[in-house]
Design a protein around this ligand. Structure first.
Ligand code: SF4
Length: 397
């Protein structure tokens, strides 16, 4: 292995392969408002109130202006914009339009820029959907979670399954062809049959992308507190795997590809913004709690609207934490994030990181334990590795 490592190292050094990251940028923009908090949700958010929205709009305008004035920023092409939350669509059209105009007037967006907006189904009424179309939004990501009414109630979701379905249809009819639906499996008492039904309902709506997430218990959520009080049990990982297999059966028959552990797409509809995270490309996070990866640094904004606003109103960036990554850290991270992609990571990334003996030892052990599968060109998670991807990631960091 050492010979192969040296040969690949020399080859990579000669060609400079993978060293020159493209200069384009992704922008993530966090809108921290929701009408209420769902029982499983741990994202940073505050309940929607007009006064808070005004405070936020002033602050984010200032944050966008501060970044745009940094040397080199305005010259960078923005390849993706992802407006997430919270629920961006609780903002009135003119409020969201103001944010878009701040971004487009201060950054250069590529012609094919993917512009995603997250939405709850109930927010996608006629006029709002038309506004999103006219504003140039190219992709909608809709938080459905489940089409089973009992599960919806348990998750603390608003609206009925029929309303959710009607509003997604509304968005499709308005001309949105690139639509993601977020779904959750592993809900207490959920059966594979009810998951099959949720997937079936979702597919009837003809989305282009599905994100299927396992329910995770996050501290501070209502679910977490109920679990601590013994009100339900978490699903056994082996049983959870049956839900993934069910998704595989239903989606692969339709030629969808599972391009990332939790993400499925029709050909040509992988989420370009999220691919940036897994491919180690740069992105700038705006808004309270947003995270960034720019110029070898990871940094995160303060998770408090009050503090976020105070920083910006005094002309300071609202950064609460920052870490400059060493080359080796970047290499390790790139492998760990890249392994989430079903295509895996190039084998020469592994050879390079393996110059560190202790890392090489962890890697070899994971191969021996059948979590990782190296081939001539790449390394991928095995079926077992996909089931325990977080543990594999921790062992490689
Ligand atoms: S709507 Fe989305 S962001 Fe808001 S509480 Fe529910 S899951 Fe969280």
């Amino acid at each position: 292995m050492q010979d192969e490592m040296n040969a690949t190292k020399q080859m990579s050094e000669r060609s400079g392969e993978h060293d020159d990251l493209p200069a384009d940028l992704g922008i993530y923009l966090h809108v921290p408002f929701c009408i209420k908090r769902c029982h499983f949700c741990a994202f940073y958010l505050v309940l929607h109130e007009e006064q808070r929205v005004e405070q936020y709009l002033q602050a984010i305008e200032q944050e966008i202006a501060l970044y745009a004035s940094q040397p080199g920023m305005r010259e960078r092409t923005v390849a993706t914009v992802y407006v997430g939350g919270g629920t961006p669509t609780v903002l009135r059209p003119e409020q969201l339009a103001l944010i878009f105009s701040n971004i487009t007037s201060r950054f250069y967006l590529s012609e094919q820029c993917e512009i995603t907006v997250e939405a709850t189904p109930e927010s996608l009424k006629d006029k709002y959907v038309d506004f999103l179309q006219q504003a140039g939004v190219t992709r909608l990501s809709i938080g459905i979670q489940s089409f089973d009414q009992q599960e919806r109630t348990m998750l603390g979701l608003s609206g009925t399954r029929a309303e959710a379905k009607a509003n997604v249809q509304n968005a499709k009819q308005a001309g949105f062809s690139n639509v993601n639906l977020d779904l959750i499996y592993g809900i207490p008492n959920q059966t594979v049959q009810s998951w099959e039904m949720t997937l079936g309902y979702a597919l009837e709506l003809d989305p282009s992308h599905l994100s299927c997430y396992a329910l995770s218990l996050e501290k501070g959520t209502r679910f977490y507190n109920e679990f601590r009080r013994g009100l339900f049990e978490v699903m056994d990982p082996d049983h959870e795997a049956c839900f993934q297999e069910q998704a595989e059966v239903q989606l692969e028959t339709l030629q969808w590809s599972r391009y990332e552990l939790s993400n499925w797409a029709k050909p040509g509809f992988a989420c370009q913004h999220n691919l940036r995270y897994w491919r180690g490309l740069e992105y700038l996070g705006l808004g309270p709690s947003a995270q960034s990866f720019v110029s070898d640094s990871r940094f995160g904004n303060v998770s408090s609207l009050e503090h976020y606003s105070k920083y910006l109103m005094t002309g300071q960036l609202p950064i609460a934490s920052k870490e400059v990554l060493s080359r080796f850290q970047r290499e390790k991270e790139r492998i760990v994030f890249g392994l989430r992609l079903l295509e895996g990571v190039p084998i020469d990334w592994v050879y390079r990181a393996s110059l560190d003996e202790s890392w090489a030892e962890s890697y070899e052990t994971l191969v021996e334990e059948d979590y990782l599968l190296p081939t001539e060109r790449c390394v991928q998670l095995t079926r077992k590795g996909r089931q325990f991807a977080d543990t594999v990631g921790m062992r490689l960091l």
